[in-house]
Design a protein around this ligand. Structure first.
Ligand code: DGT
Ligand code: CA
Ligand code: CA
Ligand code: ZN
Length: 577
């Protein structure tokens, strides 16, 4: 287990202890332990290996033992028992916006609430408003949060679904009976949220594969178990389907269960128009027994497309929109790929609300072999995120200048800021401050409930500022949690294009904003995209992976994405702005 995973667990332990009502000192020991690890200068591995943690101030003996156990074994009984001792309902409540450990504990103790159902009940009875520190407003907020959770709760963020899928894929792949295995469904199509996981396996011996699948760790329920198809539910709510097929059917099954439904319908029509019927089992001359595959062996999906006189269509594009037309006309784009990314622009450090230092972020970017890393901490009005005053911003500019001069890192650092767009459309810093920066990300972080007209004019005004370089998270949506604010995106896109501004594709798995559905048309009109992880720690830089997937889903090529430009070209681009 690496340092960042251990930090996450220490923070979770602190939350669990708080939920249990443990003393403030105990809670703080874990919180500050996590913070000490975050800012550790020394090499973590050698510290643990040489028993050096004990000499680090802020980490007591008990914590050293726990960290060492986690590091060496990836497990900690104390943590498991603690998790088991807190009612699941309380942990689930943490997902509701506005409810932290302290408030949950108060509701639990004063009103005996230990599940979301009971929470709904006491809110509807208006009992929560009377508790000290709550009030009618927060009671309503809780109810809205619960409603959203119900509406969205059945789906999962792509990032999390992919993490679960990777583990399952890896486990199943170890079986000798598994000849081929792939993800299918919305996960493979890189949809921003995933309903359930779908796995396709080629094997002549389905039984041991089914057995392994249904007995994986964390399976809490087997919802279906057949000879070639099973479905399970994992703790945490994720569900997964597995289908085992003979090898000769594999690519047909993979194509069918990758979907989407709409894409499948277009493909079947295409086959019919050529005198074939296409199904999950294979392709046959029309009218023949549909379970009999053709004599021809198909060794890839590409061969299926080619059989129907189509160019290969990447899974991300299979939404049944116009991908078959494009494929027939041979105009499927060469989609951007992960290796083309040379850096990113919207990243935070611990001077605002990030967790890592400037140097740690630079080092992390260097180990990703990035040519450049843009630092864009929050501006002063985002006080909840410890936004920078003019003075602190200048200190950072100076620090970045020195680091670049010293040649300490192979990665060039750009000095930017994530500047709040104030409710009237003014920027949070004056132009003579902004002009000192390499670039400026402008974002909305307040007054989300403005009317569509107000919000649209507000953002347009910001984009018309000569020092604005790019628009951050253009709709403010949080997937499965918070709707986008009202805004006319067509006008925003047109304004961005006519003012030579870039729009961000925020790659945080919770945002993926601007939505993929809008990118194709916008980029055709000339809009440039910046894929930005909005990283708040070094690990988050990996979110660009999700961003690239969504960019692919939006039909984007590398020429439309500034992260693929050379360092010199970025410098030139920023000078023009
Ligand atoms: P999800 O799980 O809701 O995020 O979305 P998918 O696309 O993964 O849907 P899922 O898991 O229900 O089914 C996987 C694929 O199987 C789906 O994308 C297309 C195919 N499929 C499922 N049911 C049908 C159907 O009734 N007709 C057709 N043509 N295809 C289907
Ligand atoms: Ca699915
Ligand atoms: Ca499914
Ligand atoms: Zn932001």
């Amino acid at each position: 287990m690496d340092k960042n995973d251990i930090i996450d667990i220490l923070e979770e332990i602190a939350v669990l202890l708080e939920l249990k009502g443990e003393g403030v000192f105990k809670v703080r020991a874990y919180q500050s332990g996590a913070r000490v690890l975050e800012t550790l200068e020394e090499d973590f591995k050698s510290l643990v290996d040489n028993n050096g943690l004990i000499n680090i101030s802020g980490i007591g003996k008990a914590l050293v033992e726990k960290i060492t156990t986690l590091y060496n074994t990836g497990k900690l009984d104390y943590y498991d028992q603690l998790k088991a001792s807190v009612p699941n309902g309380l942990i689930e409540m943490l997902d509701i916006p506005g409810l932290g450990a302290k408030k949950i504990k108060a509701i639990h103790e004063k009103l005996g609430v230990d599940s979301i159902d009971k929470l709904t009940e006491v809110c509807q009875k208006k009992l929560v408003a009377d508790l000290p520190g709550f009030g009618v407003k927060s009671q309503n907020k809780i109810l809205t949060g619960i409603k959203n959770r119900e509406a969205y709760g059945k789906r999962h963020l792509w990032w999390r679904a992919n993490k679960v899928a990777e583990i399952i894929l890896n486990e199943l792949n170890q079986l000798p009976e598994v000849e081929l295995i792939e993800n299918a469904g919305s996960l493979r199509r890189c949809l921003e949220t995933v309903g359930d996981l779908d796995f396709i396996v080629a094997s002549s011996k389905p039984e041991p594969v089914m057995k392994k699948f249904t007995s994986l760790d964390n399976v809490v329920e087997i919802t279906a178990k057949g000879e070639t198809k099973s479905s399970v539910r994992f703790d945490g709510g994720m569900q997964a389907d597995l289908r085992v097929v003979p090898k000769e059917q594999f690519y047909f099954a993979l194509h069918h269960f990758t979907g989407s439904k709409d894409h499948n319908i277009l493909m079947r029509q295409r086959a019919l128009s050529k005198g074939y019927s296409l199904s999950e089992w294979g392709i046959t001359a029309k009218g023949a027994d549909s379970k009999l595959p053709m004599d021809k062996q198909f060794n890839s999906e590409k061969e299926i497309f080619e059989f129907l006189d189509l160019n290969y269509i990447p899974p991300e594009l299979r939404e049944g929109i116009d991908e078959l037309d494009a494929s027939e006309k041979n105009v499927i784009p060469v989609l951007i790929n992960q290796k083309e990314i040379r850096g990113s622009f919207h990243n935070h450090t611990n001077v605002s609300d990030g967790k890592n230092t400037l140097d740690e972020m630079a080092e992390a970017a260097q180990s990703l072999r990035w040519d450049f890393l843009g630092i864009a901490d929050h501006s002063k009005s985002s006080f909840q995120a410890n936004g920078l005053s003019e003075e602190r911003l200048f200190q950072q500019i100076e620090k970045i200048r020195k680091i670049n001069q010293s040649g300490k890192y192979k990665t060039h650092l750009f000095s930017g800021v994530e500047c709040d767009i104030l409710p009237n459309g003014e920027l949070d810093f004056a132009d003579d401050i902004l002009k000192e920066l390499d670039y400026v990300v402008v974002s909305v972080h307040s007054a989300f409930s403005q009317s569509e007209d107000e919000m649209t004019s507000r953002v347009i005004r910001a984009l018309e500022n000569p020092y604005a370089t790019m628009l951050g998270h253009p709709t403010g949506r949080l997937l499965l949690r918070r709707e986008a604010y009202a805004i006319n995106l067509e006008k925003i896109i047109d304004t961005a294009i006519s003012n030579n501004k870039i729009i961000e594709l925020n790659a945080n798995p919770l945002r993926l904003d601007l939505d993929w559905r809008l990118w194709k048309k916008a980029a055709e009109k000339g809009l440039l995209c910046a894929i930005n992880p909005d990283a708040h720690n070094t690990k988050d830089l990996n979110y660009v992976i999700a961003g690239v997937n969504v960019a692919r889903k939006g039909w984007l090529e590398s020429s439309q994405i500034i992260n693929t430009f050379s360092l010199d070209n970025i410098k030139r681009l920023f000078l023009k702005n």
